[in-house]
Design a protein around this ligand. Structure first.
Ligand code: TXA
Ligand code: MG
Length: 352
C-alpha cells in the first residue's frame, strides 16, 4: 500500500537557542545551581515527569521571574517542590490524608493541594493569591540533590511558555524560554529524557471528597486505594485568561481547556493522515509518521508524547492527527493532554 502522505518527518534534533548554559549534573554544577537559586535566579532542572523552571519559593520576586519568563497568567498558581514530607510541615497543613498519600507516593509524580499555613513563609505568588498551595517531592536524583543543596522549597512549573508543550528533554527547554519576556534561566541541568514524560497528578485535598485536578502517572485508582474512598473529578475545563491578575484566582486552577498545545492544530482519533497532516500513531497505526509505542505500551507512549508532538509541529506539516490511545491506566492522562492540545484556542491564549 502506498504511503498515504509523502511528507517527511524533520530531523530529530532541533537545536534551541544556545543562550542558556546546559550543564551535566556534577557536584560543581549542582552547587552553582543552588547558589543561583538562593540569589533569586531561575534554574531549569529535570524531574521524573518533565523539566521544571525553578525559583526560590520563599521569594515573591524570584517567583515573579517564573511568571514573566513563561508568560504565565498571575492567577495560575505554581507547584512548590520539596525533598521530603517533613519539609512540607512549615509550609502547609499536612492533613492525615496528605500524610498517607505522601508516604505512599513521595518522592513521585503526585502533587497535593493543601491549605497554606497562616504563617507559611512561602511567597504569596506561588498560591496566585489563594489560600492553598500545591506541593510535591520529585523522584529524580538531580532534582532532590538540587533541593537539598539549596535548602529551599523550589517553585517550579514546567519549563515551557504558558500553554505550550512541556519539555521532556533538556534540548526542548531552550525552544520556548528565550529570555524575551522575562529573565533567562541561569542554567539548564541536563538529566536526559524524563522517565514518565507527563506532568504529575494534581490532587486537591482541600475539598471533601478530594478532587483530581490533573490526571497523571499516579492514578485515581491508586489514590482511592490509599485513601479507602473515591475521589471526585476536577470539573469542566475552563479557559485561561492571560490578562487576569492574582485578584482573580482560578476557580479550579488545574483545569485549563487549551493547554499543552503545539502550534499546529491537533485532530484526535484519526486513522489516516489528511493532506498536509502528520500522523502520530499508536500500536502500529499504518502510515504513521511517528508511533507513540509500536508495541502499544502506554508507559512508552507517555514518555514519547511531548517530544513526538514537538517533532511533528514543524514544516512541512500543517496539522497533527493523532491515532486513538486507549483511555485506561496512564492512557487517561495521555488522553487528557491530547484533548487539551486539540481544544479550541481562544485568540487571547494563542501563542505567537
Ligand atoms: O510534573 C509536574 O507537576 C511538573 C514538574 C516540573 O514538577 N510541574 C508542572 O507545573 O507541571 P505546572 O505549573 O506546569 O502545572 C501545575 C498545575 C497547574 O495546572 C496549576 O494550575 C496547578 O498545578 N496548581 C498549582 N498550584 C495549585 C493550587 N494551589 N491549587 C490548585 N491547582 C494548583
Ligand atoms: Mg505546565
Amino acid at each position: 500500500m502506498p504511503d498515504p502522505s509523502p511528507l517527511r518527518v524533520p530531523a530529530a534534533f532541533a537545536p534551541g537557542t544556545p543562550r542558556i548554559p546546559c550543564r551535566a549534573p556534577t557536584d560543581e554544577t549542582l552547587r552553582a545551581a543552588a547558589t543561583a537559586l538562593k540569589a533569586g535566579k531561575l534554574i531549569v532542572f529535570p524531574t521524573e515527569t518533565v523539566y521544571g523552571l525553578g525559583a526560590n519559593a520563599l521569594s515573591d520576586e524570584a517567583v515573579a521571574g517564573i511568571f514573566a519568563a513563561k508568560g504565565r497568567p498571575a492567577n495560575n498558581p505554581v507547584i512548590v517542590h520539596i525533598a521530603t514530607l517533613d519539609d512540607a510541615k512549615p509550609l502547609a497543613e499536612v492533613t492525615g490524608a496528605a500524610r498517607r498519600l505522601a508516604k505512599a507516593f513521595w518522592p513521585g509524580p503526585l502533587t497535593l493541594v493543601l491549605p497554606r499555613l497562616a504563617d507559611s513563609p512561602l511567597a504569596r505568588r506561588v498560591s496566585a493569591g489563594g489560600e492553598t498551595v500545591a506541593l510535591r517531592a520529585p523522584a529524580h536524583p538531580i532534582a532532590l540533590s538540587l533541593l537539598q543543596a539549596a535548602g529551599l522549597p523550589v517553585a517550579a512549573p514546567s519549563a515551557n511558555r504558558s500553554g505550550a508543550i512541556s519539555p521532556t528533554r533538556a534540548e526542548d527547554v531552550a525552544l520556548g524560554l528565550d529570555g524575551s519576556a522575562g529573565p533567562l534561566p541561569a542554567m539548564i541541568l541536563n538529566g536526559g529524557p524524563c522517565a514518565v514524560g507527563l506532568e504529575s497528578t494534581v490532587l486537591d485535598l482541600t475539598t471533601a471528597p478530594p478532587r483530581l485536578l490533573r490526571p497523571g502517572a499516579v492514578t485515581r485508582e491508586a489514590i482511592g486505594a490509599v485513601l479507602g474512598h473515591g475521589i471526585a473529578d476536577g470539573g469542566s475545563p475552563i479557559a485561561l485568561n492571560p490578562g487576569a491578575g492574582t485578584r482573580d484566582p482560578l476557580p479550579a486552577p488545574g483545569l485549563l481547556s487549551s493547554h499543552y498545545a503545539p502550534d499546529r492544530p491537533v485532530r484526535l482519533n484519526a486513522t489516516a493522515a489528511r493532506s498536509g497532516e502528520a500522523l502520530l500513531g499508536f500500536a502500529g497505526t499504518p502510515g504513521a509518521h511517528l508511533d507513540l509505542s509500536p508495541s502499544g505500551d502506554l508507559d512508552e507512549a507517555a514518555r514519547n508524547l511531548f517530544a513526538m508532538l514537538r517533532r511533528l509541529d514543524a514544516p512541512p506539516f500543517r496539522a497533527i492527527a493523532v491515532a486513538p490511545v486507549p483511555a485506561t491506566g496512564l492512557g487517561l492522562a495521555i488522553n487528557d493532554r491530547l484533548s487539551r492540545a486539540a481544544a479550541p484556542r481562544p485568540p487571547a491564549t494563542k501563542r505567537s
